[in-house]
Design a protein around this ligand. Structure first.
Ligand SMILES: [Zn+2]
Length: 119
C-alpha cells in the first residue's frame, strides 16, 4: 500500500488535538516519519508547544499499557490509548457468550468497575 501524504494531511487537519497528541506520543513508534512531520506541523499550527506535547506523552506513559512494538494498546471501542483492561465474553449476536476475551478501555469507555492495570 502506498503512503498517501495528501490523505494524511486531510485526515490530520480534521482530527482533534487530543488525537494528534496521542499519535505524536503514545502511537509514535508505529507512525510513518512523514506522517509524524505532518502531525507535528499541525500541532504547532494549533499553538501546541513541544513542552505541552512532552507533558501529554509523560501523562500517557503513566496510564497506558505499551505493546511489544513500543506503541500504546488501543481501547477496544475507539482509537484512544487504553488505560484499563478487563476480561469479558465475546458474544454471538451480542447475546450468547462464545469465548472469553480481553477488552481494553480508554478513560472515556472505562466501565465503573474496571480497575487500572496495577503496574
Ligand atoms: Zn475508548
Amino acid at each position: 500500500m502506498l503512503f498517501d501524504l495528501e490523505r494524511v494531511r486531510k485526515n490530520v487537519s480534521t482530527a482533534t488535538t487530543e488525537d494528534l497528541l496521542d499519535r505524536a506520543t503514545a502511537y509514535r513508534a508505529g507512525m510513518e516519519p512523514d506522517a509524524l512531520d505532518v502531525i507535528e506541523e499541525e500541532l504547532q499550527r494549533r499553538g501546541v508547544t513541544t513542552d505541552e506535547m512532552a507533558e501529554h506523552g509523560r501523562r500517557r506513559r503513566l496510564e497506558i499499557n505499551v505493546l511489544s512494538d513500543g506503541t500504546a494498546a488501543r481501547c477496544s471501542f475507539c482509537h484512544r490509548p487504553a488505560v484499563a483492561e478487563q476480561c469479558g465474553w465475546h458474544r454471538l449476536w451480542g447475546l450468547v457468550p462464545i469465548f472469553p476475551c480481553l477488552f481494553r478501555y480508554c478513560a472515556e469507555h472505562q466501565p465503573e468497575r474496571a480497575e487500572p492495570d496495577p503496574q
